[in-house]
Design a protein around this ligand. Sequence first.
Ligand SMILES: Cc1cc2nc3c(=O)[nH]c(=O)nc-3n(C[C@H](O)[C@H](O)[C@H](O)COP(=O)(O)OP(=O)(O)OC[C@H]3O[C@@H](n4cnc5c(N)ncnc54)[C@H](O)[C@@H]3O)c2cc1C
Length: 387
Amino acid sequence: MREAGLVVVGASLAGLRAASTARRAGYDGPVTLIGAEPHLPYDRPPLSKAFLADPDYAPPLLTDAGMLAELRIDLRLGEPASGLSLAEREVLIGQSSVPFDSLILATGCAPVVLPGLEAGHPLRTLDDARAIRDRIPATDQAVIVGGGFIGAELASALRERGAKVTIVEAADVPLVRAVGTEMAGVLASLHHRNGVDLRCGTTVTALDPKVTLSDGSVLDADLVVVGIGARPAVGWLDDSGIPVHDGVLCDETLCAAPGIYAAGDVARWHNPLFEATMRLENWTSAVAQAEAAARNAVGPAASPFETVPYFWSDWYGNRIQMVGVVTGDVTLLGHPEDQSWLALYRAGDRLAGALALNQPGRIMKYRNRIAGRANWRDALEFAAAVR
Ligand SMILES: Cc1cc2nc3c(=O)[nH]c(=O)nc-3n(C[C@H](O)[C@H](O)[C@H](O)COP(=O)(O)OP(=O)(O)OC[C@H]3O[C@@H](n4cnc5c(N)ncnc54)[C@H](O)[C@@H]3O)c2cc1C
């Protein structure tokens, strides 16, 4: 009987990295990578940054036909997986099916769409970014609904292209969940300093095409982009028997069911380093999880995967980086209006996280310290010594 091999669903960052890692780890069976989008796998971070700021920026592809052929990865693009049969061990794509011995789920996230906001542009895919970029030359006034990282990067790119920008944020300050209340306020000041009108504590009640806000104000807009978060793309797993709750639920080896692993934005797993269940939406974790999931899926034994979360974001020429996790106990080393600062988050007697503005060389030292379960006092002494 023919070997069914490894099947990976989701042909983007995590999916491609999982497929290529399996091959590079010596796996010799068939490898099939299934993607809903028609494009070769591409990188998303540039889509809210250089791709919008520079009208000539090329699609940021992650691979090409030559590399796929060399790695013997069979790429099936343009049609989403529609179901999964655990009993038959096959992935369904419309009327056809693809059998698997091992499976990696890497379907990422899809943007949240709220009723009444459908007329706004989302920003998740290359096609979304192209649609926004096409409108920029005719955009004098843009409204961005949602002040998260993607909204902030978009505001920055639009300012670079000369547009007036308003960000509408439902919370009192954006990014509280990502960096905590105190540091969220510090980051919000970057918008004010770069001429962006940040309206907090208000929501959009109508897009027609003027933008009406719940506080009664009405904004003109040539371009409206809605960036209010993303949800794991798991609808196709309904009734499959795969455990799902805000992501594919996995154990500490990223395993969701026998022979079935998850990686990237869609995976919710137990991170032993923090003794917590997490789902991360960042580039670095997607890559590391994909490599671990692939090794576990095709290797002789599965190992736990632990990581210190890390993300970066670029606004108005500044690099923002966060490692670890946020707590309510934060110490800012520096002044909020400095061009460069570091903030450390404490959990009991441990260093839990670090957030930096324009300190690219320094932040990774804290990532290593968090991975090594650093003591809070030692972290402060280290910060004072290397300042
Ligand atoms: C605009 C933007 C900017 C970003 N900037 C940063 C940044 O600066 N720093 C950072 O750390 N992170 C950033 N990220 C996050 C980072 O890009 C993601 O964490 C990463 O893309 C996750 O990779 P993934 O492969 O898990 O998911 P995705 O990249 O979402 O890919 C999932 C793929 O699966 C496909 N798919 C979905 N359902 C199915 C199905 N049923 N069948 C087949 N295929 C399916 C999707 O079409 C998609 O191509 C950004 C994300 C976006 C959208």
